[in-house]
Design a protein around this ligand. Structure first.
Ligand code: NAD
Length: 313
């Protein structure tokens, strides 16, 4: 029979594309429950789903920040039976920490970390009873490697990586699979939303040097990196499909081979010096030469590292 897949955050970006890709599976192997906070935002998804809408794809409201919404949503699924849970909903947060309130930081954790915990707590007991299921979490390379001026976002993804790495052990005992997907930069509204927020920022309480490092050094090189190695939501959807269709899915799944050397630095030097120094040099010494740096990275990405990523092609 069909597998029931519930996905969070499907009104845009990666979530929308995963929902559509699975709903359009040639063999119709999936019954996709695409969820979003506000069903008024369903048009883009419905349009992209085409014929699949109402057949292999249905919609439900779900706000991962609300206990009630999470419970109601899962209760309205037939027999509460979910074979595959894809935790995709997430928010970004960019800028010098001095200019970000603790309240804003908590909102990021409530979505990116507690949002996933809420979903897993609601769905896992039924999966345990059935001794089957697959939980997929949209993490990020920033769940493995800190990135300057993304301090709080990175921390929220690290928190989730730690939570899931711990959970994976007991879930294995119940034959429940748990997979993290770690994309590098992906062209979605995520990027646009963050840039819009940055444009609105007036950096209260931040010294002039920090503002300059953020606006004139970090932002241009970040845009360069998106340009040079950004993937599409389709790429990530294909990787996700590969992960859920694998006979023995891996726990961690990097999607971008260009980013693998950056993550590898961390594991090559357990003191942390290599990755911190490399990031420092990339940002403050090679900034204007980012394109050359990117070419060097491409060369560094030997076939051995490439094989460690989930390739969408
Ligand atoms: P996006 O902004 O297009 O999608 C995020 C979705 O989550 C949106 O539809 C948003 O409405 C939804 N969402 C936010 N808060 C929610 C809540 N409380 N309840 C339910 N839904 C909520 O961006 P995206 O790039 O598609 O992001 C999807 C995931 O991929 C996120 O977890 C993000 O951290 C991760 N990711 C993105 C990138 C990137 O560069 N875009 C890279 C790595 C990982």
């Amino acid at each position: 029979g069909q597998k029931v897949v519930l996905i969070t955050g499907c009104s845009s970006g990666i979530g929308l594309r995963i929902a559509v890709t699975l709903a359009k599976d040639e063999k119709q192997r999936y019954h996709v429950i695409a969820t979003m906070r506000d069903l008024k935002k369903k048009d883009k998804l419905v349009e992209a789903a085409g014929d699949a809408y109402g057949k292999t794809l249905m919609l439900l409201p779900l706000d991962v920040c609300s206990d009630d919404s999470v419970r109601q949503c899962v209760n309205s699924v037939k027999d509460r039976h979910i074979d595959i849970l894809i935790n995709n909903a997430g928010v970004g947060l960019l800028g010098p920490v001095e200019s970000i309130s603790i309240e804003e930081m908590k909102r990021v954790f409530d979505t990116n970390f507690f949002g996933v915990v809420r979903m897993i707590k609601e769905v896992m007991p039924d999966m345990k009873k059935r001794r089957s299921g697959h939980i997929v979490v949209m993490s990020s390379v920033m769940g493995l490697q800190g990135v300057v001026f993304n301090d709080v976002y990175t921390a929220s993804k690290f928190a989730m990586e730690g939570f899931c790495e711990s959970m994976a052990v007991q879930l294995m005992k119940f034959s429940i699979r748990l997979s993290m997907i770690e994309p590098g930069p992906v062209h979605t509204e995520f990027e646009t939303k963050m840039m819009e927020n940055v444009a609105k920022m007036d950096f209260p309480g931040v010294d002039a040097d920090t503002v300059r490092y953020f606006k004139d050094v970090y932002l241009p090189s970040s845009i360069d990196i998106f340009e040079a190695m950004g993937q599409t939501p389709e790429d990530i959807a294909k990787c996700t499909k590969m992960v859920i269709e694998s006979d023995s899915p891996r726990f961690r799944n990097l999607t971008n081979s260009l980013y693998t050397p950056i993550v590898a630095l961390k594991y090559a030097d357990e003191t942390g010096g290599l990755s911190v120094n490399t990031f420092y040099n990339l940002l403050f010494n090679f900034g204007p030469l980012m394109h050359i740096t990117m070419s060097i990275l491409k060369c560094l990405t030997c076939s051995c590292l490439r094989r460690r990523t989930i390739s969408p092609n």
